[in-house]
Design a protein around this ligand. Structure first.
Ligand SMILES: [Zn+2]
Length: 202
């Protein structure tokens, strides 16, 4: 969870997207549920009944996972176009919109001590439930003035998306420990190779 926005973290669950071997992190419904737990959109008490239902309705769980991936890929297409300053693909935006509308059907306003907040329907009994807050997060980010700060990691194979909340808005890496250090090490080797006239490193 490094992206600074739930929807972007979700997009990044296809790791090394542009490499020869992209890594799918959502292989089972359980992976989606765990993502929901890590992201704080499913509590432990909500997770348990969902996982129990997986055992009884594996086909429905599988279908929900397929929908999650369809939504993720539509989200990626839209955000990627924004980051690349290219026209947003209409078909993908339509798919994303269908998920945003679905999410809205499961939201209501709740009031506590004069303050209002959005709340999603009780998630314990719907396989699609983790998708709602993620779709909502994408819609909010796309419609916000923060959209201009969505960036792609400077590593060509990684290309994780993140919200650059740094002061000068010059963050380049998804995560210093993941790609930043790798890039630093590479440039260190390059410099060293140059300095030593191409002598192989011990
Ligand atoms: Zn990266």
């Amino acid at each position: 969870m490094i992206a600074g926005a739930l929807s972007l973290d979700f997009i990044n669950t296809l790791d090394d997207r542009f490499s020869d071997e992209p890594q799918e992190l959502l292989n089972r419904y359980l992976d989606l549920a765990r993502f929901g737990e890590d992201a704080g959109i499913l509590s432990e008490t909500q997770l348990e009944p969902l996982l129990l239902r997986c055992v009884h309705s594996p086909a429905r769980a599988k279908r929900a996972l397929e929908r999650a991936i369809q939504m993720r890929e539509a989200m990626h297409a839209v955000f990627w176009a924004v980051v690349q300053k290219k026209p947003v693909p209409k078909a993908e935006l339509m798919i994303l919109n269908s998920y945003v509308q679905e999410a809205a059907r499961h939201m209501s306003l709740v009031e506590t001590n004069g303050r209002f907040a959005w709340r999603f329907d009780d998630v314990g009994n719907e396989f699609d439930a983790p998708l709602w807050p993620i779709a909502r997060s994408a819609a909010e980010l796309l419609a916000s003035d923060q959209l201009q700060f969505v960036r792609a990691c400077a590593s060509k194979t990684c290309a994780w998306l993140f919200l650059d909340a740094s002061k000068n808005h010059r963050r380049r890496w998804c995560d210093m420990t993941k790609c930043g250090n790798r890039a630093k090490v590479n440039s260190f080797y390059k410099r060293r190779k140059h300095a030593f006239g191409g002598t192989p490193l011990a």
